[in-house]
Design a protein around this ligand. Structure first.
Ligand SMILES: [Fe+2]
Ligand SMILES: [Fe+2]
Length: 158
């Protein structure tokens, strides 16, 4: 990488890889969840994630690049940790709250990436990409807020 444009494209490939990896990881988390709001929330976020992949394809197109993924070590680690939690929890209630925490770590990672990417897009004059990345950022923030609400109003108390 030499230029901001290079860094932008590389990071876009990184999050594209991450979203694709999440389409395989989220169903496993949804299956492991016993709290029905957590389960349905994860199922809903899987649909949103598939939508985000479509939007990312449009982002690549808008900058005249081909959509492709670059292995993202961070998401691999976060997914591995989530799978470990599913294995290690000995009660459903423990598994649910641990899963909420792990899923929030993933949402925070995504929020960080999309926040950075959209600001770079703005500076680079990729206005269309900026708007699309903001749209995804808002979806990730909403998903994180739902998890916070579920934790503080219900799951943690149980
Ligand atoms: Fe996402
Ligand atoms: Fe997400």
């Amino acid at each position: 990488m030499k230029t901001m444009e290079d860094v932008f494209e590389h990071t876009l490939q990184d999050i594209y890889y991450a979203e694709n990896a999440l389409t395989k990881a989220i169903p496993k988390a949804a299956e492991a969840a016993s709290n029905k709001d957590l389960k349905s929330g994860l199922e809903e976020h899987l649909l949103e994630t598939k939508e985000q992949i479509k939007i990312l394809k449009q982002v690549f197109k808008s900058i005249g690049k081909e959509a492709k993924g670059e292995k993202c070590d961070a998401i691999e680690g976060l997914i591995k940790e989530t799978e470990g939690i599913i294995e290690e929890a000995r009660t459903q209630k423990a598994r649910d709250i641990a899963l909420i925490g792990a899923c929030q770590a993933i949402e925070h990672y995504e929020i960080s990436r999309y926040g950075t990417l959209r600001e770079w897009a703005k500076v680079l004059g990729h206005d269309e990409a900026h708007d699309m990345l903001t749209q995804i950022l808002d979806m990730e923030k909403a998903a994180n807020s739902k998890l916070t609400n579920l934790a503080v109003t219900e799951a943690n108390k149980k």
